[in-house]
Design a binder for this molecule. Structure first.
Ligand SMILES: CC(C)(COP(=O)(O)OP(=O)(O)OC[C@H]1O[C@@H](n2cnc3c(N)ncnc32)[C@H](O)[C@@H]1OP(=O)(O)O)[C@@H](O)C(=O)NCCC(=O)NCCS
Length: 159
């Protein structure tokens, strides 16, 4: 059974296992320092999913005033399509909402059909394009937005 928990400090965070998933998931992975720096910030939320003690995924977000951004989300390649990504995303959204975020943003590669489908199914709407935003390969970012007020009011999706 998958367990989800927040990580708040370096000794609370399975850096090695997370880095294995990170390097396998992205052409420009975050560095160890990227994760550790974020963990030290009180405006950041980091969640870790694990199954029988093995890390299966993680997600990171930051939240300032009524805005938040989902910064990272990845699931072990062997564990995808089992709902872990959706659960991590839902828990990140709840965590930043609990801290006061009403407007939640993220960026995703145009070609990343899996992530775009996940975000869309959750209620994120596509609101813009950042041209040539990514490298390796150079590619546009799709900017997505989730309106927590609209979701709370039962509007279903955000604009
Ligand atoms: C994106 C990612 C986190 C999804 O994690 P996951 O655990 O496989 O996702 P889930 O099983 O929770 O899927 C939830 C929904 O997302 C969509 N989805 C997920 N993977 C998909 C795929 N390969 N193709 C199409 N839709 C997909 C579906 O709507 C799915 O619902 P369904 O299974 O009921 O059809 C995972 O593919 C991943 O780690 N990718 C590499 C890293 C990455 O791209 N992160 C996002 C950066 S912006």
């Amino acid at each position: 059974m998958t367990e989800y928990r927040p990580a708040c400090a370096e000794d609370d965070f399975p850096l090695e296992e997370v880095m294995r998933i990170e390097r396998a998931s992205f052409t420009v992975p975050w560095t160890e320092d990227d994760f550790l720096t974020l963990l030290s910030r009180d405006y950041a939320v980091t969640l870790v999913a694990s199954d029988g003690g093995t890390v299966t995924g993680y997600g990171c977000a930051v939240s300032v005033a009524d805005e938040a951004e989902i910064l990272n989300l990845a699931v072990d390649g062997e564990m995808r399509r089992r709902g872990v990504g959706r659960e991590l995303l839902g828990r990140l959204v709840r965590a930043v909402s609990d801290r006061g975020a009403r407007r939640i943003f993220l960026e995703v590669r145009r070609s990343n059909a899996a992530a775009r489908a996940l975000y869309a199914s959750f209620g994120f709407g596509e609101i813009g394009v950042r041209q040539n935003y990514y490298r390796l390969p150079v590619e546009d970012a799709i900017l997505m937005y989730y309106d927590a007020d609209a979701a709370d009011n039962g509007d279903g999706t955000s604009k």
